[in-house]
Every structure is written in C-alpha cells, then in structure tokens.
Design a protein around this ligand. Structure first.
Ligand code: GLN
Length: 492
C-alpha cells in the first residue's frame, strides 16, 4: 500500500473495516521514512519499536472488539517542540539536545486517548524561529517537490513528512505562519486554529500570546479529523477557552449557502509573485462559480504586521528563553570561571544565531527607555490590526489571500538576509496577531512545478465554517491529490 493514494478518511475506513491493520500502516510509514528520509530530513528522531508496539496493541484491541478512539491506529508525526513523556524533545536546539520531558503535552494526551500512533519527531527551525528549517541545529529538511528548496518553516519537517507520504498526519505549531507557510511550500493542508482553541500546555514556548498548535494532512478532511482531537479546554493553559468543540468533519461536505468571501487589496501588493497571484485569483473564481459572493474588504493596518510581529514575538521570546540558563534545563557549558560566566557561556554555545538575534531584539524592545517606543507601541498597533479584521468579518465570512509571496525558495537564498526572510511571513502573521484561525490549502503550481497555497482566514472560533469553505474549494479541484515524484535516498 502507499499513503500517496489514500486520504486520512480512506485509511480510517480501511482500519475500521479490518482491510488494513495499524501494524501494516505503521510499517509502510517506517519503510517510507527508511527509503526517503536520508534525503528529505523530515524526522529528527523516531523510535521504531514503541510505534510498532502501539500499533500492535491497537490491532489487538480492535480484534477483541474493544472501543477505540477517533484516530485509532493512525500514525501522527509530532514537531519536536511538543513534550511527550519520556521522549526526547529538542526544539532543534543544542540547548535541549538531551532534554527528556517528564510529562505529556495536552495534545499528546489527546492523541493517546484517540489511539493515534506517535510516529516520531519532526525537524523545525530552532525554537520554531524561522521560515526554512535552515535554523535547525541538527539538519536541513528538504522540500519533497524540489530538494534544492526549503520545505518552509518552522514546522518544515511536519509538512515535508506528509508531502513525502511518510505519515498521513502531523502536528505543527504556528506563531507567525509556521504551519501555513510550510503547508503551502509542500503542497499539503495545514491549519492554525484560533488562539485558545488548542491547549499550549507542553508546547515549548516561543511567543506565548501568538503560539498555537495545529494539524497537517493531505486534505481538509484529514485536518478536520485531527483538529477534533486536538481542540478543547485545558485548565493548565490559562489562555485555553472553555467552548464546545464542533464535530468539524461532520458537515464538511455540505457547501455553505451564501458564502461571502473577502479580498483585501493589501494582500495583493508589490513583491507578490505573479504566478502566486494568478493561482489565488483563480481560486477565488472557483468560489464565484460556486455561488459565493466576492467582496472587497480593507485591512488598512496590514502594512505594519511584519514590524509589529518582529517586536512582539522577539520580546516574548527573550522572556521565555531566559529559563535556559544551564541550571534549570538542558545544556550547560563545560568551561567557565564563575556563575555569570557560566550563564553566558551556556547561552553563547547552546543557542544558534537566529535565536540569539531574537533574544537581543526582544531584550532591546523591552528595555527601559525603549519599552514605550517599541513594545507598547507594537501592542497598540496589534489592537488596530485586530479591529481591521473585526470590521472585515462584519461584511464577509472568510478572507482569501496568498499564504506566501512566492513559492518555496532555495536553501541558502535568504539565510544571510534576515529581513528578507522575515518579509516572507507577510501574509500569515496577521492571523497570529489577531488570534484568528487560518488554513492553507493547495491551489496550483508554479511553472517550475512548485506548489502554491491559498490562505483562508475567519473570525475567532469560526473553524467549522472555515473548514467547510476550504472543503468547498477542494471538492472542485484536484491540486491536493498531486504528489511529488520521490526518488529513493540513493538517487541523489
Ligand atoms: N517565520 C516566523 C518566525 O520566524 C514564524 C515562526 C513560527 O510561526 N513559529 O518567527
């Protein structure tokens, strides 16, 4: 069997009917990882035996007629910044290279309750800071569509693993686009839920007011099934909201009558690749042909998103990362003279360049004399950005836009120009600043054969409508069924 021809729903159906066992499915994934991951580098580490044991256990329980969870027997790969009891969680950083958490993140508990099989841990930019996986301290993940190119980031490993058929489902985190951008670059579906929809308990914090965990799959149905398991209240995250979780996958195939789609002129600006613009506009035409009403909306403060994000996120990061001091967690330098020297040697050796850059930016923005001019000002503009969306969502149900200004860029192309790298987040950051749900879904290919993503955003807690709108498009098109031609490890 091959994952490339099966959707999540097919696999669940086959598992339920007994046509397929979880052991067979997990073995297929592990074989695929063996055959291709030396070249793709999606996984940082995985443990074959525990995954196979978990699968065998689920198969046994199914045969015995026991009740099983919603994802029973289905493999899920986890971004390596989410804690799982007894499993190394590195954040792709030397700082946490040997960190083994003594507890499960909320979403790991949920996945275990759903009887999903935890397949392995995927690569990311160090502490989720980046857009290309080039900031991982351990390896470069390559884009399965073109291995010269990045898979995006920071959840590049999770996106590449699904695109390469190594797992049907994976988990990422999105602080400024880290689920949606790699989903777009790798031609899969990725979703950032509303802030507060999924508990952040056990997610290693980057920027706590922006971070949100979310699903990847090959199609909207897969993402919906996974979100149903991840979403829900958790007292251990004070920002988790106590609100009913709709059965997202249930009415997914019912088209939305009278859907109103917003298009913002601020999303079609200089720097947008003509082929991306073309693909997104064609996607909007598909909605028009399905009877949706297309309306112009305005998001006047969009031009400040990147600036605001790159003050707020580093500020929060500089505070969150203060805990890595060589005492509480992880790595400690070997040579030092005194305590202060120990801190600085540990942090100097344990963090990579981008993480240090963020800590310096954030510490500067928060320091006395600059706090009002930078951090406080950024918070005020953040509120205006949210208000733009509140107004827009009085007029429309969903806003359609590009996910990224260009298709996947080449490895090395932007790494020496941090500002150019930051600008690639231009269309995704606003959802984090405003706390909105956003989904990225395949909507075409560039002339070079690279996937292009369509972003849909909705008002907070409108995931159900958002996913139904996404599915409406997906049903009319076949972009999500295309798969990269995979050569094996040996063929360069
Ligand atoms: N690319 C953005 C950054 O570097 C977003 C990262 C993320 O969402 N984790 O901060």
């Amino acid at each position: 069997m091959s994952l490339s021809t099966h959707t999540t729903q097919d696999l669940l159906d086959q598992l339920q009917s007994g046509q397929l066992t979880s052991t067979e499915l997990v073995t297929t994934c592990l074989d695929r990882i063996d055959a291709h991951d030396e070249r793709i580098g999606a996984f940082l580490h995985f443990e074959r035996e525990p995954a196979l044991q978990q699968a065998a256990e689920i198969d046994r329980r199914r045969q015995a007629g026991g009740t099983l969870g919603a994802l029973a027997g289905l493999p899920v790969a986890i971004k390596d910044n989410i804690c799982a009891n007894g499993t190394r969680t590195t954040c792709a950083s030397r700082m946490l290279e040997n960190f083994v958490p003594p507890y499960d993140a909320h979403i790991i508990e949920r996945l275990r309750q759903a009887d999903a099989v935890l397949l392995g841990r995927t690569n990311l930019d160090e502490f989720a800071m980046g857009s290309s996986c080039e900031n991982s301290a351990f390896q470069q993940t390559r884009n399965p569509w073109d291995t010269e190119r990045t898979p995006g980031g920071s959840s590049g490993g999770s996106a590449a693993a699904v695109a390469a058929g190594m797992t049907p489902l994976s988990i990422g985190s999105d602080t400024g686009g880290s689920i949606r951008q790699p989903a777009a670059f790798c031609g899969v579906v990725g979703m950032k839920p509303t802030y507060g929809r999924v508990s952040r308990y056990g997610l290693v914090a980057f920027a706590s007011s922006l971070d949100q965990i979310g699903p990847f799959a090959n199609d909207v149905t897969g993402v919906s099934r996974l979100l149903e398991v991840l979403a829900g209240h958790d007292e251990r995250d004070s920002t988790s909201i106590d609100r009913r979780v709709p059965a997202y996958s249930q009415n997914l195939d019912q088209p939305l009558d009278g859907l109103r789609i917003g298009i913002a002129k601020e999303h079609f600006v200089e720097g947008l690749h003509p082929e991306v613009e073309q693909a997104v506009r064609s996607a909007v035409d598909v909605y028009r042909s399905l009877g949706a009403e297309i309306k112009e909306v305005t998001l006047p403060h969009s031009k400040y998103c990147v600036a605001v994000y790159y003050i707020v996120a580093p500020s929060e990061a500089s505070s969150n990362l203060a805990r890595y001091d060589g005492v509480h967690y992880g790595f400690r330098a070997e040579k030092f003279d005194n305590m202060i020297d120990m801190y600085s040697a540990t942090r100097g050796e344990g963090f990579g360049d981008e993480v240090k850059r963020r800590i310096m930016l954030g510490t500067y923005a928060l320091s006395a004399g600059y706090y009002d001019a930078y951090y406080l000002k950024a918070l005020k503009v953040r509120r205006l950005i949210r208000q733009d969306f509140d107004r827009a969502f009085e007029e429309v149900d969903v806003i359609a836009s590009p996910v990224t200004p260009t298709p996947a860029f080449k490895i090395g192309e932007l790494i020496d120009d941090p500002l150019a790298m930051y600008l690639t987040d231009i269309y995704t950051i606003s959802a984090n600043l405003a706390g909105l749900p956003g989904v990225s879904l395949p909507c075409g290919f560039s002339s070079e054969g690279l996937p292009i993503g369509l972003q849909l955003q909705a008002a907070p807690f409108e995931e159900e409508r958002l996913l139904r709108a996404a599915r409406m498009y997906e049903r009319e098109t076949d972009w999500h069924t295309r798969r990269p031609a995979m050569n094996s490890n040996s063929a360069s």
